[in-house]
Design a binder for this molecule. Structure first.
Ligand SMILES: [Ca+2]
Length: 221
């Protein structure tokens, strides 16, 4: 093998390994499309329910709905990699991305103080309490559009304090006070995570590349 071919192979292997170690893997969201009914929907905690109301779902027949007035209502679910194994950040720098589709009924007014946001909780129990403390990230600016399904997304980068804790995704909705009523609709929630390469993986990568370089150097001589 000539030097040029070895170098080409080296670059290809390096790129492939880099892509492998930085690859995003899927988070499993159970009943992500809210096709399994219930109050709350199957596999979700909180208060919201499932509705096949007059407006069509983003996909399937049903969507999740968080209805509320003067109180805050929510839907939440623990994040797992396969439906049962909890997903936990392995190291600071790992990232988690959540995507979902949302919509709002056009007949519901826009209240000045209406709030909708997604929270990420890192702890060992379900985030049943409504307090502000306890979550590690609150993603705002995710408010739904009237009568149009829109896709929203947020990404969180883990800190050292988050490592090893169970993670919960929670959608919160507050309609703006007594006498107000509003519902936010959700559908097709998905998630993915990207782990930063572990030191051991990087060491193997560097060792392998060094070996290939030595081989190429010897062949050239
Ligand atoms: Ca659906």
């Amino acid at each position: 093998m000539c030097f040029k071919n070895v170098l080409t192979a080296l670059v290809v292997v390096s790129l492939a390994l880099t892509a492998t170690v930085a690859q995003a893997d899927a988070i499993t969201i159970l009943n992500a499309g809210f096709e399994d009914s219930g109050t709350p929907p199957v596999n979700w905690g909180g208060y919201g329910n499932v509705s096949p109301w007059a407006i069509p779902a983003h996909s399937g027949d049903q969507y999740g709905m968080i209805s509320c007035g003067s109180d805050v209502q929510r839907l939440f679910q623990q994040l797992t990699t396969d439906g049962s194994t909890p997903y936990k950040f392995a190291a600071a720098g790992d990232t988690l991305t959540i995507d979902f589709w949302t919509e709002k009924n056009p007949w519901e007014g826009a209240y000045g103080t209406e709030l909708f946001y997604a929270q990420l909780w890192a702890q060992d129990a379900a985030p049943l309490g409504g307090g502000a403390a306890g979550y590690i990230h609150q993603a705002t600016g995710l408010g739904p559009t009237n009568n149009t399904w829109t896709q929203k997304s947020f990404t969180y980068t883990a800190t050292a304090a988050d490592v090893g804790k169970t993670l919960w995704l929670q959608f919160d909705h507050y309609a703006g006070g007594s006498g107000n009523y509003a519902a936010v609709l959700l559908d097709d929630v998905s998630g993915s995570y990207t782990a930063i390469p572990e030191p051991g993986t990087l060491a193997l990568l560097v060792t392998g590349l060094a070996g290939l370089l030595c081989y190429a150097w010897r062949k050239q001589k």
